[in-house]
Design a protein around this ligand. Structure first.
Ligand SMILES: Nc1nc2c(ncn2[C@@H]2O[C@H](COP(=O)(O)OP(=O)(O)OP(=O)(O)O)[C@@H](O)[C@H]2O)c(=O)[nH]1
Length: 394
């Protein structure tokens, strides 16, 4: 049974690729979704149109190179698709490996243009390599949160394209009529194009979902974790305390922040908050968690940390803030903060109990003169007087 003749199928294929190119172009230019990736993928579908057109009108091409043109367009299609996927997945934008394969493939295809059988073998090999690269990129680049099985599923169409190209390249060895294109073959390519388009759309959706969930957990000004995300981390760490992994909470509040706003304006205050988060991150370990509780109050969660060590870290943070003023438009903005440090207890049912304790210690640090660290059970730590930072401005 035969569904449609080859010409009709080529037309359907061309229509599909034209629509796909238009969709990616709209996505990139109007909706600004992954614009660079979208343009590369729109280019890939346009190049595919070129490859199809060449099959259709071989007799019309006056160029000497016409036998090689379908393969050259197909090479371009796969190269643009590979680069588009890399861009979409925000992988390090390597293009040298793709350029090398395309360069070598182009030379091979042009050199073999008068030998259809060898042309088919060489062109297919270069294209299969590009499809394999894309398969590899999707597998390693898709969001780590995605289940492994889902990542494999999204990468599968590229493996299937590589397999189909290997089949095409091997045909001359076992099929006397290897250069002919049957409707079945065109069906196969149409299905593979559809499968890769679905996979690409799923990757775009995944990228959007990833961005939205990141925004829902992030403080928009400082990019530190927001209160909700911080509470989630707190719960996770409290669960680990029961299994013998201690953690400490450090609460800090900028001193006299109101006067920073008064003197440097709201924009100056905002810049000071961003500066504080940047400075704290420089001092913290990758596993430490920094979040903004609200206003000028922040919290650091220190996993696998006992109280004396946490007190030392808080003191380092305090000194760093004091010694590194924030550059402002009307002069440096001197910053200091008061700290409360407490350790989570095993068996505590309310994860926020450690925050309540740290908050009391922070309040104590404020009442003792600010710009100092107060540690649970230990009284406050020595710190320079607040005069250096009082007024918040140099
Ligand atoms: N620029 C800016 N200011 C903020 C933001 N959130 C809260 N504030 C301001 O921070 C100030 C906090 O002032 P207070 O609570 O009196 O605390 P303080 O002046 O730091 O005094 P102490 O904490 O007692 O040292 C208020 O004026 C708020 O308007 C913000 O996101 N940006």
């Amino acid at each position: 049974m035969q569904f449609f003749d080859a010409t009709t199928l080529l037309l359907v294929n061309a229509l599909f690729n034209g629509m796909a190119a238009l969709s990616w172009a709209l996505l990139g230019s109007v909706f600004r979704v992954a614009p660079r990736a979208s343009w590369l993928l729109a280019g890939a579908h346009l190049a595919r149109l070129g490859a199809l057109r060449c099959h259709e009108c071989r007799v019309d091409w006056p160029l000497h190179a016409w036998p090689a043109l379908p393969d050259l367009f197909a090479l371009l299609t796969l190269a643009l698709m590979c680069l588009g996927v890399r861009q979409l997945l925000r992988l390090r934008f390597w293009w040298t490996d793709v350029a090398l394969i395309v360069g070598a493939g182009t030379l091979l295809v042009l050199a073999l243009r008068d030998q259809p059988v060898l042309l088919q073998v060489g062109g297919s090999a270069a294209m299969a390599l590009l499809a394999l690269l894309t398969w590899h990129d999707v597998r390693i680049g898709a969001r780590p949160l995605l289940r492994t099985s889902l990542r494999w599923l999204l990468a599968l169409p590229y493996l299937a394209i590589a397999a189909a190209l290997a089949w095409r390249g091997s045909r001359p060895f076992w099929d006397a009529d290897s250069t002919s294109i049957s409707p079945l073959t065109i069906w196969l390519w149409l299905l593979l194009s559809l499968a890769s388009a679905v996979s690409l759309m799923a990757l775009v959706l995944d990228r959007l979902v990833g961005r939205i969930s990141q925004l829902s957990l992030e403080d928009p000004l400082t990019c530190a974790l927001n209160r909700r995300a911080l509470m989630r981390e707190l719960q996770r760490l409290q669960a680990l305390v029961q299994r013998g992994h201690p953690f400490c909470a450090v609460l800090l509040d900028i001193d006299h922040f109101k006067s920073i706003n008064d003197r440097h304006g709201h924009a100056g205050g905002d810049a000071a908050l961003v500066h504080l988060v940047r400075e704290l991150h420089q001092e913290l370990r990758p596993a430490d968690v920094l979040g903004r509780l609200g206003g000028e109050e922040f919290c650091v969660l220190l996993p696998h940390t006992q109280l004396p060590e946490a007190a030392g870290i808080a003191e380092r943070l305090r000194a760093r803030l004091e010694n590194r003023p924030c550059p402002g438009t009307i002069g440096d903005i001197a910053l200091s903060a008061s700290f409360g440090v407490a350790q989570a207890r095993p068996g505590e049912l309310r994860p926020e109990a450690v925050l309540v304790l740290a908050d009391q210690l922070l309040y104590r640090a404020k009442s003792l003169g600010r710009n100092r660290v107060c540690v649970e059970g230990d009284g406050e730590r020595e710190a320079p007087g607040e005069e250096a930072a009082a007024g918040g401005s140099a």
